[in-house]
Design a protein around this ligand. Structure first.
Ligand code: UDP
Ligand code: MG
Length: 313
């Protein structure tokens, strides 16, 4: 099979038939064998009934239904596990991403050798203030932290080599950082393609203001996990030592001052409390470091080592 289309959806019943027809039209015209995996992320409308009837009419359409709403990342993750095509393309269900982009994305992976190609909504049809501006900021920060030069990390339309989706785990709200996850898993050829963005035809956007807070918290944890998850002591130990030494230095100064000048006021001065707090913080960080080392060492090493190739096995 050439192609798996993974489509996460929440309350998108009206869009689904149109989306599937369009995908089928494009794939058939380009001689691509494909499957469409519709992941119903706990819809409250009749999305699942629609999926069942689409499936009854065409067995290239497959469905996964969540018990409740787990979020777009979880939906993508399940879709990725099920995907069988050599190339996997994700797209939103709301018809904002155009299936007309499929053939070129497929080419970029299968012929040009990209591991991941991210869509870039150069012209967007969303609210300027609540979406476009924050998204510019978000992308700039992510570019800096990850050192991956994409304009639009959060674009729902992306194409992957099968091996990429099988070796990453998308959880929380990490769908915004899949290129970062892919890079850390060792996939280097990450590209970008300008894609057409369309107005939402039916329904409403599913992400509110919380997207910004959650997005930036995830960025923090992802940069931490990427750097230090296998060696947390290098992070906690460094800062622990800095604080501890600072506190120790101040304590020594206070003790010497007290010995040299018997009238030296000790406990009612700021350095005394600073020294106390610094030593405590330093020790806390060390303890956190030891505990995380224990956790890291005993954690099942999923994705710890990605085997590039095998011979004679
Ligand atoms: N979606 C999902 N689970 C959620 C939220 C959204 O599967 O908890 C799907 C949604 O149905 C759509 C895609 O993710 O197919 C993108 O969502 P939306 O269009 O609301 O985001 P926006 O385009 O406004 O950024
Ligand atoms: Mg949308």
């Amino acid at each position: 099979m050439n192609l798996s289309l993974v489509v996460p959806l929440l309350d998108e019943a009206e869009s689904l038939p149109e989306l599937c027809d369009w995908i089928k039209r494009v794939c058939t015209a380009n001689n691509l064998t494909f499957e469409i995996i519709l992941v119903d992320d706990g819809s409250a409308d009749d999305s699942w009934t629609v999926i069942e009837s689409l499936r009854a009419a065409d067995d290239r359409i497959k469905g996964i239904k969540f018990q409740r709403n787990y979020g777009k990342s979880a939906a993508l993750n399940e879709g990725f596990k099920a995907a069988q095509g050599d190339v996997v393309i994700t797209m939103d269900a709301d018809l904002q991403d155009s299936p007309d982009e499929i053939p070129e994305l497929y080419q970029m992976i299968s012929v040009e050798g990209y591991d991941l190609v991210s869509g870039w909504k150069k012209v967007r049809y969303d609210n300027k203030l609540t979406k476009n501006l924050p998204s510019k900021l978000f992308n700039a920060v992510t570019r800096k932290v990850s050192d991956i030069h994409l304009h639009d990390f959060n674009c729902g339309l992306k194409a992957y080599r099968k091996k990429v989706v099988k070796s990453i785990e998308v959880y929380g709200e990490m769908h915004r950082y899949i290129p970062v996850l892919a890079k850390w898993a060792g996939f280097k050829k990450i590209g970008e393609k300008v894609v057409e963005h369309r107005k939402r035809k039916y329904g409403i956007s599913k992400f509110g203001w919380s997207r910004f807070i959650n997005g930036f918290l995830d960025l923090l944890s992802i940069s931490f996990v990427g750097k230090f998850s296998k060696r947390p002591m290098h992070f906690f130990g460094l800062w622990g030592s800095i604080f501890f030494l600072l506190g120790l230095g101040m304590t020594i100064y206070l003790v010497i001052a007290k010995i040299v000048l018997p009238d030296f006021p000790l406990t009612n001065r700021p350095p005394f409390y600073l020294a106390l707090v610094a030593i405590l913080i330093g020790m806390q960080l060390f303890l956190a470091g030891f505990v995380s080392e224990l956790v890291a060492r005993n954690a099942p090493g999923r994705n710890a080592y990605l085997v590039e190739d095998k011979i004679g096995l």
